[in-house]
Design a protein around this ligand. Sequence first.
Ligand code: GLA
Length: 384
Amino acid sequence: MTTRQHVIQQFSQQFDTHPPIIVRSPGRVNLIGEHTDYNDGFVLPMAINRATWIALRPREDDRVIVHSLDFEETLAFSLSDIRHEDAGWGEYLKGVAWALQEAGHSLRGWEGVLAGDVPIGAGLSSSAALELATARAFAAVSGFAWDATTMAKLGQRVENRWIGVQTGIMDQMIVANGHEGYAVLIDCRSLETKLAPLPAHTAAVILDTATRRGLVDSAYNERRAQCEAAAQYFGVAALRDVSPAQLEAASTELDALIYRRARHVVSENQRTLDALDAMHAGDAQRLGQLMNASHESLRDDYEVSSEALNTMVDVARAESVCYGARMTGAGFGGCAVALVEAASAGEFAERVSKRYQAATGLAPNIYVSTATNGAEIVAQQSGS
Ligand code: GLA
C-alpha cells in the first residue's frame, strides 16, 4: 500500500467518510550547492518522490487534531492556545499554526491523519516536508491563497523561531517550489528560481549511508559563524559577494581555517551556476565532474563529510555508469547523491548496496528518484 493509500484508508476508517482534502509534501535532495544557502548563494535541489501525506477535513471549531500513523500518536491543540511542549513531530504543526497566525492569517481548525515515507534524520528534509504539508492543510481549510515562496519563508521561520534550528532557506524553498521533471536553481538572496532538467537518460540516485550524526546542529552553527567571520573580513553582507580572485588575494592574510571555509562557499557558488549551464546543455559528464568537485570541497575545505559518506561516494564513483557523486544535505551522515545512466540505475543501486555493505558492515537504503512537484493538494472535494 502506498503512503497515500494508507492515510486515505485510515482516515476513512476513523471518520467513516472519504477524506475531502489530501495534501502531499515531498522531501528533497540537493544535486549541488551545499552550505551556500545561508551565504546568500545558489543551490540546485529537486523535490523527490518520497513525501509526507495528510488526509483531512475542516472542523467547525478552532481545534487541530492530527493522528500520526508513523508515531502512533495523536496531537490535539487549540488555535487560540498554542504552547511549546516537547521536541516531537507535533511541534512542527504547532509552529506552522503559530507562524501563520503571526503573519495575520485567520485559521480554521481541522482533523486528519498524517504519514510519510521521507526517512527522518537522513538529510532529505522530512521536517520541511511536514512544515509545508501543514501550511497546505491550513491554506486549504482556511481559504487563503497559496504563494510557494512566502510559505517557504514561513517554514524557515518555524525552524528558526519555534524549533530553534538555524537552518537556511533551501529546504523549504524546494519543498514548496519543486517541479515535476526538473531540479530548481534557487538564488537564496533574491529567492528567484530557474528550472533545470536532468540531462537526458540520467537519473539521480539517493544513497543513504544508514549513519546519523547527533552533533550536526553545533557543527552547522559553527560553520555559519565561520562564514560570517569571513564575510565580515571582506566587509560584505555575505560570502556570495566575494569573488574567487578577491578570496585568493586575501589567502595569506585571512586565518587559514576561515580561508578554507570561505573557499568552499565561493567555489561552490560558481560550481552551482556551472551545473545549471551543464544541465541546460544536457552535459552529464560535466555535471558529474562538478558534483565530484563539490564533494572534495565539502570533505577537505568545509569538513562536513564523514567516513561513511566518503566510502559511499567512492563506491558509487567506481561504477562505470556513474557520472559523479557527492554527499548531500548538511553532512556528517545521512545521504549521498549520484548522477547515473538511467537505464542502469537499478543495477547500479544493487551493486553499490553490496559493495558499501561489504566495506562498512552497514545496510544502506538506495532510492532512484524522479523530480516531483512541491507541496500540493492532490484531491479536494468541492463543498468541503
Ligand atoms: C541543511 C539546512 C539547509 C542547508 C543545508 C546545507 O539541510 O537545512 O538550509 O544549509 O543543510 O546545504
